[in-house]
Design a protein around this ligand. Structure first.
Ligand code: PEP
Ligand code: MG
Length: 589
């Protein structure tokens, strides 16, 4: 069965079918007095759930920091007036049991979500649903710890996993996970990846095809679940599992080596982070700094907006941990798929083209002032740079720089020291910035190419819409020409250029990107660093240039994609042609 691979590796073992079917809720009519008591019972269940969430969060912090941030959303939902107050009102108005009233509130919410076509909000819908199931369990008195009785190695198979499920599971015994629900960025994936457990989500009809105790294989490399494998298939996957383990081990051996081509051209490999808590784990992947700190995630969990002091302390922590290595702090890029209710709540028909990134910061200058001051103050402790997102004209840079200058003046007045030479950069992620790159380059010290958005806007393909996912083609000639032009313009202007979108961390694209022109940095998800470094260390720059020149002659995205895929498979069979080469490799290693 096919699904979305969210955590790589291969797991072979017995299935443990976790029943996540929802409770059947019956309606009970209550008297006036009983309804009042029911409100108290509901409040108690909410308090109990809050305590459980706090406890889970404490434990989650030890496992994966990103995961703990997600759990804050659950606490916020529990404090949310609508969920709690609507239910209390329902209990009083209809004089029904709390379980029924809560289910009504949930259903009303889910109907609203169904009319929205937005990946980020869809994720919130799952969160809300899972949270309500937890409250229901507390109301009904059902145990929350169904997974804790596992006493032997298993692969968890279920419709969906709540954060409490994942935290409760005995990690030594969980070898893999497969779920029907969830997408690439679901909490199951983040959790599994942090623990190195192979996992696949989004497998339709999974639970009706598997029984507890069945032997199954979770192939988190190719996103497949194999049920009841033959001994031949088992042998094949045991080999694949072993080879993947060895492959990862070999990759990590390069963490102290530079990312340098055979003919001596170096690129810095930096990490993209979303939370200061990720910083400690960067060293193990050999990150040479932080190339993109997505600060908007600081606002995700906040019930009050973080201000200068809190921002400063957070940035300082990151900068100090990175020692003298560069740290590029991006001012918040709220908007589109990253909407945070506390910062903005105006509905937009077309949020990708709406008030996002630097546009929002300029519309609410106090937000930018606080960020600028936090960044300036942290600049004293290391090699800090500021980066503006979603720039579409020099005017925005000039306006943002004016706010930065005012922030500097305020700090000077208060005799607070900072680095006077803080470098300023612009994200190049709109066609407007890409076309007028020469103008932009005059206003900044460096640029960072955000390919995630640049591709979306160049190709007019929504980056989070699964209906047009096949048209989201990083190897489209328009994208490649545009990248070449941006990189070359930066070189001509003597300014540094980095790529920080997903493409920068895709080993399939590494050789081509290097061939497009002089790149200073590539910034990516930390675990991609060793893979990309491996490619760089085994190629020559002149070969990469030749490859890029060949590709730039081609007119069709499909032709380029298959050319690159073939070329990479031949050059790096171990990395890109896993199924076949793992067979061959295992006999030679
Ligand atoms: C990008 O657009 O490529 C980028 C790095 O920014 P984000 O993914 O945060 O929009
Ligand atoms: Mg972007």
């Amino acid at each position: 069965m096919k699904g979305i691979a969210v955590s790589t590796g291969v797991a072979i073992g017995k299935a443990y079918l976790l029943d996540s079917t929802k409770f059947c809720i019956l309606k009970h009519q209550l008297s006036e007095l009983e309804a009042e008591k029911e409100v108290d019972r509901f409040r108690e269940a909410i308090e109990k759930t809050k305590l459980q969430m706090t406890d889970i969060k404490k434990r989650a912090k030890k496992v994966a920091d990103k995961y703990a941030v997600i759990l804050d959303t659950y606490s916020l939902l529990l404090d949310d007036d609508i969920l709690v107050n609507d239910t209390i009102e329902n209990i009083k108005k209809y004089k029904t049991n709390a379980e029924w009233a809560l289910t009504q509130t949930l259903n009303n919410f889910l109907k609203l979500f169904d009319n929205i076509n937005d990946e980020y909000l869809k994720g919130k819908k799952d969160d809300l649903d899972l949270l309500v199931q937890t409250i229901l369990r507390n109301l009904i008195g059902h145990s929350q710890e169904s997974l804790s009785d596992i006493q032997e190695p298993v692969i968890i198979v279920t419709h969906s996993l709540s954060p409490s499920d994942t935290i409760m599971m005995p990690r030594n015994f969980v070898k893999g996970m497969a779920t029907e629900a969830g997408g690439k960025t679901s909490h199951v994936g983040i959790f599994a990846a942090a623990l190195g457990i192979p996992a696949i989500t989004g497998i339709k009809g999974l639970t009706s095809n598997i029984n507890s105790g069945d032997q199954i294989i979770v192939d988190g490399i190719d996103g497949e679940v194999i049920i009841g494998p033959s001994s031949e298939t088992l042998q094949h996957y045991a080999k694949k599992q072993e080879n993947y383990r060895k492959y990862e081990e070999r990759l990590l051996a390069n963490i102290h080596q530079p990312a340098e081509t055979l003919d001596g051209h170096q690129v810095k490999l930096l990490a993209n982070i979303e939370s200061s808590q990720e910083i400690k784990s960067l060293h193990k992947f050999g990150a040479e700094g932080v190339g993109l700190y997505r600060t908007e995630f600081l606002y995700l969990a906040a019930s009050v907006l973080p201000e200068e002091r809190e921002l400063y302390e957070n940035f300082k922590l990151v900068v100090q941990e990175m020692d003298s290595k560069p740290v590029v702090i991006r001012t918040m890029d709220i908007g589109m798929d990253k909407q945070f209710g506390n910062v903005r709540n105006d509905d937009e028909d077309n949020p990708a083209l709406g008030l996002r990134g630097i546009r929002l910061s300029l519309a609410k200058p106090q937000l930018l002032t606080d960020q600028a001051k936090g960044i300036l103050r942290a600049s004293l402790y290391g090699d800090v740079k500021i980066l503006y997102p979603m720039v579409s004209s020099v005017t925005e840079i000039i306006q943002a720089n004016k706010i930065l200058e005012d922030a500097k003046n305020d700090l000077r007045k208060d005799q607070i020291p900072f680095n006077e030479n803080l470098e300023v950069g612009a994200m190049i992620e709109t066609p407007a910035a890409a076309i007028c790159i020469d103008h932009i380059l005059k206003e900044v010290d460096f640029i960072s190419i955000g390919t995630n958005d640049l591709i979306q806007y160049l190709l007019a393909v929504d980056r989070v819409n699964e209906n047009v996912a096949h048209l989201y083609q990083p190897f489209h000639p328009s994208v490649l020409r545009s990248l070449k032009n941006i990189i070359q313009s930066a070189e001509n202007a003597g300014k540094k250029v980095s790529i920080c979108g997903e493409l920068g961390g895709d080993p399939m694209a590494t050789m081509l990107l290097l061939g497009l022109g002089k790149l200073d940095d590539l910034s990516m998800e930390p675990h991609s660093i060793p893979k990309v470094k491996k490619i760089i260390r085994t190629i020559r720059l002149d070969e990469a240039r030749q490859l890029a020149d060949n590709v730039l002659e081609m007119s069709s995205p499909d032709e380029i994609t298959s050319f690159i895929t073939n070329e990479m498979r031949v050059r790096f069979p171990e990395d890109f042609d896993r199924d076949l080469s793992f067979e061959e490799k295992s006999s030679s290693t």
